[in-house]
Design a binder for this molecule. Structure first.
Ligand code: ADQ
Length: 465
């Protein structure tokens, strides 16, 4: 069996309990094939030279963890700059938040070249390479330029934007050309594949060959949707474990006469948290029976705080929550509990289970795993209702959720009211159907489907051209 090599910006030790579903799922495959996980070490060297970085290698069971330090300049232009000030906002339809500084793309390219240079000597001829996410789009092209003939697949965890938005990136042509150095490109949703196809036809003058095959820039690749799932068994076990049960009991006791609504996200502008809080405000305004009764718990963990847009969204949210609590709060009831922290993963299922409504309302999201976790954590005999944004990749699969347009604050409030008053039988039916689909398309399905497609991809990069 070929060895698997996973490449991603951050590298996780698959043996550590804190590692999430993805680390565990990829770790499983890596353990089976005796593979390698390659990426940034997480270390920033303050005065180091650009385009250089020390390689560290550590054996973790059957898996070799190979990581590289980055100097401050490289980190800031590659990670904060191009990845998180260009690709992240544009791919989430936020052109207004992008800043196209020339130094960013230079650093992005330089770091991808550095990764390719360090990875190339570690590769064996039969290795299958699986590259993850927007930080690494040009990696395969850099490896090919060094003569790499391995099968290389790419999975984009975030959405691929419509052609007209993608084309606003000054380097859009280079980015798409770079994707064609892969044998397989995996996207989260069918809609992303449509955006890819539209670009290939109209912007790259490429050909759509059928069977998910595309030809452009003199290369052929396969591009298809592989909606990522969660490790359902792991999450069920977490739900049954003591920490989650304690959390559930505490919340159920404390809110015994109230209905809980829950949001759990990274504090990212793509997650639609201010709009969600405004919808909750509208709910209290238009349906007064919810006052003193409904409580929104919003957990928003700090993320990318050195990027300006993230400091702005934090201030906006603090002010919104403060205003609602000021306007509607009572001495014995605060409408919004906003917590700017990570909640320990082992407690998350308890919180989900104690909540009558799960609010997953991003303005744009590749998939959104919280939606799937919320469903798995529910008590099947008395499940809560998932309110889900139609702009999350998950909406293509989770059709029995109550779908909303998060920009429509009034409409979202109406749907939340519907969720709060949904009869038990309907809640059970929707929950059963959602759970069945989440179970079928779990993280193992995702990994196996992608690996199978990569093994069978046309692979014309392996013949000398
Ligand atoms: P993210 O935008 O990070 O990932 P998302 O799918 O929403 O993520 O969540 C990832 C995980 O983080 C979930 O397991 C969730 O429970 C956990 N999490 C989030 N906020 C938390 C908090 N405040 N406290 C504790 N845990 C928290 C990107 C894409 C997504 C895509 C994933 C996977 O943006 O669209 O679903 O990758 O491909």
């Amino acid at each position: 069996m070929s060895r698997l090599v996973v490449v991603s910006n951050r590298v996780a030790d698959p043996r550590k309990a804190a590692a999430g579903g993805l680390a565990v799922a990829l770790g499983d495959s890596l353990q089976q094939t005796g593979g390698m996980w390659f990426g940034w070490s997480g270390t920033i060297v303050e005065d180091g030279p650009t385009g250089e970085g020390e390689l560290h290698q550590q054996q973790a069971g059957q898996v070799l963890l190979a990581t590289i330090d980055l100097c401050r300049d490289d980190h800031d232009s590659y990670y904060l700059g191009y990845s998180n000030n260009v690709l992240w906002p544009v791919f989430h339809n936020r052109l207004d938040l992008a800043s196209f500084s020339a130094g960013y793309v230079t650093g992005y390219r330089r770091v991808n070249q550095l990764f390719a240079r360090k990875l190339m000597p570690l590769l064996q001829p039969d290795d299958i390479v699986w590259v993850h996410d927007y930080h690494m789009i040009p990696l395969a092209a850099e490896l090919r330029a060094m003569g790499c003939k391995n099968r290389i697949g790419f999975f984009l965890h975030i959405p691929l934007p419509p052609q007209i938005i993608f084309a606003s990136i000054p380097q859009h042509d280079w980015l798409m050309r770079s994707l064609f150095a892969y044998d397989l490109v995996g996207l989260q949703a069918q809609q992303d594949v449509q955006h890819f196809e539209h670009y290939v036809r109209n912007e790259a003058a490429g050909e759509v060959l059928g069977d998910n095959l595309y030809r452009a820039y003199g290369s052929m690749l396969r591009c298809a949707a592989f909606p990522i799932g969660i490790d359902v068994q792991e999450f069920e076990a977490l739900t049954q474990a003591k920490d989650a049960r304690d959390m559930y009991e505490t919340m159920s006791r404390e809110y015994s006469s109230r209905r809980l609504l829950l949001g759990i996200d990274r504090l990212d502008y793509s997650k639609g948290i201010p709009q969600r809080v405004q919808a909750f405000r509208e709910l209290l305004a238009n349906y007064p029976e919810n006052r003193r009764s409904a409580t929104l718990i919003q957990i928003a963990s700090p993320t990318r705080e050195s990027v300006d847009a993230y400091a702005d969204i934090r201030r906006e949210l603090e002010s919104l929550c403060g205003a609602i609590n000021g306007d509607y709060g009572e001495l014995d009831w605060m409408p919004v509990r906003y917590i700017h922290r990570v909640v320990a993963r082992r407690r998350v299922p308890g919180l989900c289970r104690a909540s009558a409504v799960g609010l997953v309302t991003p303005l744009r999201d590749g998939m959104n795993l919280v939606a799937k976790e919320y469903v798995v954590a529910q008590n099947p005999d008395d499940p809560g209702v998932l309110v889900l944004s139609r702009f999350a990749g998950a909406a293509e699969q989770l059709k029995e959720a109550l779908l909303v347009n998060p920009y429509d604050v009034h409409g979202t409030a109406e749907v939340i009211q519907h969720a709060l008053s949904m009869p038990l039988e309907e809640r059970k039916l929707r929950h059963q159907r959602l759970l069945a689909r989440i179970r079928e398309f779990d993280v193992h399905w995702w990994r196996n489907a992608f690996m199978e497609a990569l093994r069978n991809a046309p692979g014309e990069h392996r013949v000398a051209r």
